[in-house]
Unconditional design. Structure first.
Ligand code: ZN
Length: 247
């Protein structure tokens, strides 16, 4: 069974009444429950735990990690970020959610600033499915409509995604690449935009459905390409002596 670790910085829920009302047990609990209901084995981890709950053992037992952060990106320990990154390169899936675009781990894996435009005006968002055959869009209609959302606008400073699954339109006029797939090493990464803490986004069944699809998609697969690096014997008979070699 696919094992999911749901990580949350868990700061707004403990400091802001509006957020605490929507997510009394934290965003992580809502997401973990939704994934559990859809057949995944889940555990949660937060910033406040030792090593942020992301020890080597915890990551060894994780097929897919989901990441929500906003106010405390700089408090995430660099050693933990490095550890998460090496697990991704080794094949662990990673779902980066909403304001996680500015997390250390996402920026490290993208190699860009990951900056974007934003506005908090409780405006309507439509996430258009622009890759209907993609497994992350399975079971989703032409678009997902959210009545109240924070706006994120282009340009989103990320590398060109390997696949773009959702493209958002906002009532105020902006557009945004809301569902971006990447591959780094053997790991699959999906960035999914909705999830501002003052709106009940993660209680939305369709959003939960997309998260479940994305977990399924990002789960590690046997990858022959990743196990075939290193010094190689030639396939044809050649002179392998080269005086210039320094190895
Ligand atoms: Zn937000």
């Amino acid at each position: 069974m696919t094992q999911v670790t749901v990580w949350n910085e868990f700061v707004h829920e403990q400091e802001n009444e509006t957020v605490a009302e929507i997510y009394p047990d934290g965003i992580h609990t809502t997401i973990a429950d939704a994934l559990e209901e859809r057949g995944f084995e889940t555990r949660t981890a937060t910033l406040q735990e030792a090593e942020h709950g992301l020890t080597e053992d915890a990551l060894d037992d994780t097929d897919v990690l989901t990441w929500w952060g906003h106010a405390a990106h700089d408090q995430v320990d660099d050693d933990v970020v490095e550890r998460v990154k090496s697990h991704v390169l080794d094949g662990m899936g990673l779902l980066v959610l909403h304001s996680g675009h500015f997390s250390k781990i996402f920026r490290a894996l993208m190699g860009t600033t990951c900056g974007l435009k934003w506005r908090e005006a409780a405006e309507k968002e439509r996430l258009w499915v622009v890759e209907p055959g993609h497994p992350i869009a399975a079971g989703i209609d032409d678009c997902i409509e959210l009545d109240e959302a924070e706006m994120y606008g282009e340009r989103f400073d990320v590398p060109q995604p390997d696949a773009l699954v959702f493209n958002s339109w906002f009532e105020g006029g902006e557009v945004f690449r809301s569902g971006c797939c990447y591959r780094r090493g053997s790991g699959r990464i999906f960035y999914f935009r909705p999830g501002h803490e003052t709106y009940p986004i993660y209680h939305d069944e369709t959003i939960q459905h997309v998260l479940a699809n994305a977990v399924e998609w990002a789960a590690p697969v046997d990858d022959p390409a990743s196990s075939s690096s290193g010094n190689a014997e030639p396939h044809e008979e050649i002179d392998t002596n080269d005086d210039r070699s320094v190895h």
